[in-house]
Write a protein that binds this ligand. Structure first.
Ligand SMILES: [Zn+2]
Length: 258
């Protein structure tokens, strides 16, 4: 908008100057020039506005930094405990990890987390996604712990809804989150999996991360440890950061950046 007003002020100055012209011809020429300048200026202003709109607000006014909202979903909650192992509930661990992750994100000046559930709340899957949509979240990360009928299964995996194509950014998000999680924890990499998830409702990139098996005694002990939860939260944080701000690839040149 500043360009528009600078243009208008400049035009007014030219018009005033023309009125002080020595003869009528000079005045007419200046008036025509003014019309041309207004027309050209209008096209330029419109072009700038449209290019800004199509960039999705990538270049916001410097005085008003835009805030990126990320949706964090602590799996299960309330009457739904998720996986259980004795008195250990999945819903408790997911809430603890998401709380730690949210705290890390809140330290960033331009990123804000929105939590799909608060405390030990019963909330439908549809309402979880709706809360993310209402907040204008750019991504959706659901956190879960896994369980198996045997006690041997262990490791971490990330799920993407099966309705998403391989070109969907959900897969890039899944890759960033999984690789950071494996690197930080040393947990077994069980890969990116595609299946039927409720997140097909989400319009933004959405993944579900399984941060370990409650049915495995060793992994359960790690998942209950606040220090390990912090490690997991930091890895998820790094994964989100890598997705939101991808490292430039070699083929990218400075001129291609905008
Ligand atoms: Zn779960």
């Amino acid at each position: 908008m500043s360009l528009y007003w600078v243009g208008r002020a400049g035009t007014r100055r030219k018009t005033r100057r023309s009125e002080r012209g020595r003869n009528r011809v000079y005045t007419v020429v200046m008036k025509r020039l003014t019309v041309v300048l207004l027309a050209v200026g209008g096209v330029v202003v419109l072009s700038l506005a449209l290019s800004g709109a199509f960039r999705g607000g990538a270049c916001p006014p410097s005085s008003e930094p835009s805030v990126t909202v990320v949706a964090l979903d602590a799996g299960h909650g309330g009457i739904d405990p998720g996986a259980t192992a004795g008195d250990v509930y999945e819903k408790t661990i997911t809430e603890q990890v998401v709380t730690k992750l949210a705290a890390l994100i809140r330290e960033l000046p331009d990123v804000e987390p929105v939590l799909t559930r608060v405390a030990d709340e019963t909330i439908s899957n549809a309402d979880r996604v709706q809360r993310a949509e209402d907040a204008g979240a750019v991504l959706y990360l659901s956190v879960h712990t896994n369980a198996s009928t045997g006690s041997q299964a262990h490791g971490v995996e990330v799920w993407v809804d099966k309705t998403r194509s391989l070109e969907d950014p959900s897969f890039a998000l899944a890759d960033a989150v999984l690789s950071e999680l494996v690197a930080a924890t040393g947990a077994r990499d069980r890969g990116i999996r595609s299946g039927e998830l409720y997140m097909h409702r989400a319009s933004m990139p959405a993944v579900s991360v399984e941060i370990g098996f409650l049915s495995n005694p060793k992994e359960r002990a790690r998942l209950l440890d606040p220090a390990y939860q912090e490690l997991v939260a930091q890895a998820l944080f790094q994964g989100l950061a890598r997705f939101l701000v991808p490292e430039p690839t070699e083929e990218e040149t400075p001129s291609s950046a905008s």
